[in-house]
Structure formats: C-alpha cells, structure tokens
Design a protein around this ligand. Structure first.
Ligand SMILES: [Mg+2]
Length: 267
C-alpha cells in the first residue's frame, strides 16, 4: 500500500452512496433525488417522468462500453431535462428538506470520525456531488446528523440551486453532472479550491460509481489512493475486474462503513 503524506494530501469524496449508505435493511437505497421520485414528495406525474428519464439515461451512465464523449452529451441532456421537470413541478426548498429527513438517508459508519479527523489535522476534504438537489441538500444532511463542519477545511462542490423569495426553485447556476464532476474543471472557476489544494501533491479519492474516478482526472498529483465502494451489477458481470484495475482498494457496499478509510488515515 502506498503511503501518503497527509500534510500534502487532499481528500476528494463523492456523496450519495459513498458517504451515505446504499443499503438499508437489505434494500438498495439509491440517492437523495430518488426519494423525491419514489416517495411521492412531488406529484405522480413527476415520479413517472423522472423515472422515465432515469430508465433512459442511467443505463448509458453505467455502461462501460459507451464512449466518454457520448456519455458526456447524454448526461448533459439528462441533467437539463430533469431540472426543467423539477421547475415545472414546482420544487421548493421544503421538498428537499423532506428528502433529507427521510429515514433512508443515513451516513455510513465512520463518516463522523472522518469529519473530526480532517478538522483536527486540517486535511482538505472536498465533497463532490452531481446531485440534482445540490449543495443545499448536502449541507442539510450534514446538519441533520450534527457532523462537525468548518468550511475552511470541508468544501462542498455541487449544483447550486437558485430559489425565489418564496423558496421556489428557479434554476441552477452551473450544471455539474456525472461526466463533468472533475476537479480540473472546477479549478477553472473556483479560486477557493485552487488555494486550498495549491501545495498538495497527493489525493485520496472515494467513489461508488464508474465515473467518480474522473474527479481526480488530469490533475498533476504525484500520488493517490482510490477507493471504490463496490456493489455487484448483474447487467455487467465483468464490472469488478474492470474497476479493480482502476481502484486501489475495494470496499463492499454491504459493509455500510468507511472505517477502513479511517484506518489508512490513522496509520
Ligand atoms: Mg455516488
């Protein structure tokens, strides 16, 4: 196992399914947005149309045989179409709050300790998410579980939802979708992140989907450890082999825990 100098390391982590649990009571819990879709927070027509979008685009997102270029275009369309739908259906801040408070939203074991460690050792933690519900939903989840937080160390990069004076959703500042969720792109417009990682030469990446590895793509880090939270996918028998090649450590989602990550950080 490579050894990272933590004083020069930045942690880059996905949110849904990486920091949050993906399996609760032996059932698959996809993500915050799926609660809007599955639990009737908005109307039935929303659920139907959001599901149709999911069924159209999700197979493209997870197919290892589709080119990055085609995936990029498809993801851009999916995010735009879904945001249009959310606007049409009158998404409000209180709907997001409902999703965040759902019992199926839970952090994995060890996430609170991770926050404590990064704050204590001042290791930058970048939480990177392409969630439609954006940074506001992540902040609310962190507040719900009372995790220690300091935005000079922990940064959330996700879609910035815009609301009107009645907290009705009106649009999004800049769309981060599954394929442009890359630090190299964020550095072009985010000076805070530039400063935060200026002197860092290694990264520690955590993700649970095929595209999460892109978060550190094209960056000039010398060292890195990539962790993948793995789940079988019946559609792709060879997926484990493909990703074992790309990731250094594989943790089964069933463990619902990031304690292995803490062990590495505490070594
Ligand atoms: Mg994820």
């Amino acid at each position: 196992m490579k050894k990272l100098d933590l004083s020069k390391t930045v942690i880059i982590s996905d949110f849904d399914g990486t920091l949050t649990k993906k399996i609760i009571n032996w059932k698959f819990v996809p993500s915050l947005i799926s609660i809007l879709r599955e639990e009737g927070v908005l109307d039935k027509d929303y659920s139907k149309r959001a599901k149709a979008l999911f069924e159209k685009y999700h197979p493209i997102e997870k197919d290892p045989n589709i080119s990055d270029e085609d995936k990029f275009k498809a993801m851009e369309r999916w995010w735009k179409e879904h945001y249009e739908l959310l606007k049409e259906k009158g998404l409000e801040l209180q709907h997001i709050k409902k999703a965040v408070e759902h019992p199926n939203i839970q952090f994995k074991e060890g996430v609170k300790e991770l926050f404590e460690i990064v704050l204590q050792k001042r290791i930058p933690l970048i939480i990177f998410s392409s969630s439609w519900l954006g940074d506001v939903s992540i902040k609310m989840t962190i507040e719900r579980f009372k995790l220690p937080f300091d935005d000079s160390v922990i940064k959330i990069i996700s879609n910035k939802l815009l609301f009107d004076e009645n907290w009705k959703f009106v649009g999004v500042e800049k769309i981060i979708h599954a394929m442009n969720k890359r630090l190299v792109d964020v550095l072009k417009w985010n000076e805070e992140i530039q400063k935060l990682i200026e002197w860092k030469d290694s990264y520690f990446l955590m993700g649970d989907s095929l595209n999460d590895i892109k978060m550190a793509e094209w960056m000039s880090f010398e060292n890195g450890i990539k962790i993948w939270f793995f789940m079988e996918d019946k559609g792709y028998q060879n997926i484990r082999q493909i990703w074992e090649k790309n990731y250094d450590i594989i943790i089964p989602q069933e463990e619902n825990s990031i304690t292995k990550v803490l062990e590495i950080l505490n070594e």
